[in-house]
Design a protein around this ligand. Structure first.
Ligand SMILES: [Zn+2]
Ligand SMILES: [Zn+2]
Length: 133
């Protein structure tokens, strides 16, 4: 069981599944949404993700066809994204976890969109766009 929350603490969530994949996404949409060089996202089963408190503070933003990004309407912490074509999976923004995550990143994805000032010098796989599934 993992637990997480937004910056202001209004929203608390639980993840009842294992988290075994961690993707560092360099796409422009994730960069904008996080104000950062990349986002750290983990796919988890939709049924395993549960908002415990603050459901009424959750807002959604649709950035492209079929993708919705959920965030806290008070503090703007990004929490998950959902793709209409993959209703069984949500992509958790693992930076909002409060419990430790005992895995290392799986891959860098969308590196074709990476910021020019960041040098990726680790040994994990890199994919120019979406990784093969
Ligand atoms: Zn918040
Ligand atoms: Zn992305």
């Amino acid at each position: 069981m993992h637990k997480g929350s937004c910056l202001c603490g209004a929203i608390r969530y639980e993840v009842s599944s294992r988290i075994d994949t961690l993707l560092l996404c360099h796409c422009q949409r994730c960069r904008k949404a996080n104000g950062s060089a990349f986002a750290a996202n983990a796919p988890v089963p939709t049924t395993a993700f549960r908002i415990v408190t603050g459901e009424e503070q959750v807002k959604g933003f649709r950035t492209e066809a079929g993708v919705e990004r959920l965030f806290c309407s008070q503090c703007a912490s990004p929490l998950i994204s959902k793709r209409d074509s993959m209703p069984d999976i949500v992509r958790l923004r693992v930076g909002t976890l409060d419990t430790p995550l005992d895995i290392t990143p799986t891959a860098h994805i969308f590196t074709a969109s990476k910021v020019e000032w960041l040098c990726i010098d680790d040994a994990i796989p890199q994919y120019a766009e979406r990784p093969p599934t």
